[in-house]
Design a protein around this ligand. Structure first.
Ligand code: ATP
Length: 357
């Protein structure tokens, strides 16, 4: 992000009685960026969004939009709009009137409203349904009407709170791509609030992972997935194995022998965990030479096999008794069955090492 940020949150804190909903949260969202706030229920995502929209006031900190301090500004003075999962469309109004609602409130003229609604219908690919009532639309179409309605007044920043929570899985995936495509074309900044990691990974340019009122990491989807900054992030996003060991002479010593453990402030003798993704573990039948394996090789036993189409997931038992999840792409070698012996290894750079909690 090289340009001045569109949204800048600095040291935001908010308490509700004894509960610290947010503690010293800082982040920036670029102009035209798709940003996700991701975290478990109760971590403060909604509170942060309500602060940006102006429905809550900060206890400490500052919020700037487009370089202007809006910390004390009421919602209607902020160039921000919101779209909720339960964004109830007015059931008695047509699609046209639903989308035109905010424009009429802004006092726009008839011709301007008609042109803007037509433009929005085209953006969300809903031309031809303007006279229909919302209850005659599919769930996905309703979602797009809600998006068009939220975009109609031309906000510089659109906040979307669990926008796809009401949709079933398949429709949700489809709608994720549609929303992303619309955002890319409009270049409006979007901030989506979600507890669904797939949603954040698929849609966002960058993700802030939150936990208990604080930000654990901000990064591109690949960064938070490949290089989680904390053990919490490692476990919250994607599937992860955690293997216990300890730090000895700058190395992590665990089930896979010695792995380099530079940095991280881990002290000699400290208990630590190795976090390694199921797809970063190499697996070969015990009967084969160790082709494709690297470093310390362990013998394991396949305890469970789950076929998932493009990948197959295995649960293995290691000699030390630990369970290990391993996944492989389709057509990537000999199949395994429950009870098979397997040889496994990990490349030294495949895992991340964290202090034990
Ligand atoms: P969810 O995904 O469940 O909506 P969230 O991450 O959005 O969770 P928030 O709704 O921001 O979390 O809540 C953060 C914390 O603040 C929670 O402990 C919640 O109970 C508390 N909280 C939020 N709003 C209020 C309020 N108006 N009064 C009292 N406590 C509140």
């Amino acid at each position: 992000m090289t340009d001045a940020p569109l949204l800048s949150i600095k040291g935001a804190s908010k308490r509700f009685g004894a509960i610290a909903a947010l503690e010293d949260v800082s982040l920036e969202v670029g102009a035209g960026e798709f940003f996700a706030l991701l975290g478990p229920s109760g971590c403060g995502k909604t509170t942060l969004m309500r602060l940006v929209a102006g429905f809550e006031t900060l206890d400490a900190g500052r919020i700037e939009i487009g370089g202007a301090d809006v910390s004390g500004a009421p919602p209607h003075r902020r160039p921000v709009n919101l779209m909720f999962q339960s964004y109830a469309l007015f059931p008695h109004l047509s699609v046209f009137d639903n989308i035109a609602f905010g424009l009429r409130r802004q006092g726009k003229g008839r011709a301007e409203i008609a042109a803007r609604v037509a433009e929005l219908l085209q953006i969300v690919r809903l031309e031809g349904v303007e006279t229909r009532r919302p209850d005659l639309l599919s769930g996905g179409q309703r979602q797009r009407v809600a998006l068009a309605r939220a975009l109609a007044p031309g906000p510089r920043l659109l906040l979307l709170d669990e926008p796809l929570g009401a949709l079933d899985r398949q429709l949700r995936e489809e709608t994720q791509f549609q929303i992303k495509e619309i955002q890319r074309r409009l270049k409006t900044s979007f901030v989506v609030v979600t507890h669904d990691q797939d949603e954040a990974l698929v849609m966002a340019d960058r993700i802030a992972v939150m936990r208990a009122g604080r930000i654990e990491q901000i990064g591109a989807p690949t960064e938070v997935y490949e290089r989680p900054a904390t053990r919490f992030v490692a476990g919250f996003i994607g599937q992860m194995n955690f293997l216990e060991g300890r730090i000895e002479n700058g190395a992590f010593v665990g089930p896979f022998g010695r792995l380099p453990a530079e940095g991280g402030g881990l002290s000699q003798g400290a208990k630590a965990v190795l976090a390694v993704r199921p797809e970063r573990i190499a697996i070969a039948p015990a009967t084969e030479a160790s082709a494709g394996l690297d470093g310390e090789i362990l013998d394991g036993v396949v305890e469970d096999v789950a076929f998932r189409g493009e990948t197959t997931h295995f649960r293995l038992r290691l000699p030390g008794g630990e369970a290990l999840r391993v996944s492989r792409g389709a057509n990537s070698g000999a199949p395994f069955s429950v009870g098979d012996a397997a040889r496994i290894s990990i490349a030294p750079e495949a895992g991340r090492i964290f202090a034990s909690e």
